[in-house]
Design a protein around this ligand. Structure first.
Ligand code: CAA
Length: 261
């Protein structure tokens, strides 16, 4: 098994079908240095290929999910280096994952940390979670989706306030604005996120990935295009054995036995 410097990786849950990624750079509050995000991209790739993995949970420590991109690493970056290396572009591997990804956020999710959480499909927060896009305080702007995903998730006025002031929002505010789906006590958060992964994992992985892609299309296209995509994808489920099994099981009043075909 590959070893990691900046993350911990396990398969958890009763059936060991949830891939757990724990960001593990405690001295830097999980600042997302290039090496850390490369490890995250690689394990996302591995979990995606691993048929035993139904869902993925990304978490950090109780103090910090992640305090942002690594400021020390980028302090002396230049425009030309950003362009030639397409700085931060590999982060998008998380958003591109075909399997469901749940962010379990305790403590700080700032800058790139908030953006990483927003690349996930569902955000669960611990009571102490704090979200923010403080890039403006550093003389820069969000660079991994903060100015694009945040307004789509919480609307323009809230997003603009967060991006232009750098103010943090707590878990309750984040839930109220729709950024977070549920809040849990700090010590329960990760196990509740794993339970969510297990619950999703009872469904057909094939159909789950079609549903995920369809919801994501709502964020990436117009309503007309999205409705068309959804309709054709819905029609597409009729080409699968799992759709037939799901409806037949309902009619026969028995649990469905999905085979991912
Ligand atoms: N990058 C590099 N190092 C960081 C870091 C970051 N984003 N955030 C924290 N650290 C380091 C600190 O430098 C410190 O290291 P040293 O002990 O070597 O000095 C260590 O982590 C602990 O941090 P603090 O002493 O600051 O801890 P605190 O509890 O007093 O404060 C905090 C916590 C409010 C989160 C504060 O650390 C902070 O403001 N961090 C920066 C947050 C930020 O601006 N994030 C945005 C980054 S830019 C970005 O993300 C761009 C993008 O869009 C992708």
């Amino acid at each position: 098994a590959p070893s990691y410097e900046f993350i911990k990786v396990e398969k958890v849950g009763e059936k060991k079908n949830v891939g757990l990624i724990t960001l593990n750079r405690p001295k830097a509050l999980n600042a997302l240095c290039n090496g850390l995000m490369t490890e995250v991209s690689n394990i996302i790739e591995d979990f995606e290929k691993d048929n035993s993995v139904a869902a993925i949970v990304i978490t950090g420590s109780e103090k910090a999910f992640a305090a942002g991109a690594d400021i020390k690493e980028m302090q002396n970056n230049t425009y030309s280096k950003c362009i030639s290396g397409n700085f931060l572009s590999h982060w998008n591997r998380v958003a591109d994952c075909t399997k469901p990804v749940i962010a379990a956020v305790n403590g700080y999710a700032l800058g790139g940390g908030c953006e990483l959480a927003m690349m996930c499909d569902i955000i669960y927060a611990g009571e102490t979670a704090k979200f923010g896009q403080p890039e403006i305080l550093l003389g820069t702007i969000p660079g991994a989706g903060g100015s694009q995903r945040l307004p789509r998730y919480v609307g323009k006025s809230k997003a603009m306030e967060i991006v232009l002031t750098g103010d943090q929002v707590n878990a309750v505010e984040a839930e109220k604005m729709g950024l977070v789906s549920k809040i849990f006590p700090v010590g329960e958060l990760v196990s509740r996120a794993i339970k969510l992964g297990e619950k999703i994992g009872k469904n057909s992985p094939l159909i789950v990935s079609m549903a995920k892609e369809s919801v994501n299309t709502a964020y990436e296209t117009t309503l007309a295009e999205g409705l068309h995509f959804e309709k054709r994808t819905f029609h597409g489920t009729f080409a699968t054995k799992d759709r037939m099994e799901g409806m037949t099981a309902f009619v026969e009043k028995r649990p469905a036995n999905f085979t991912n075909e």
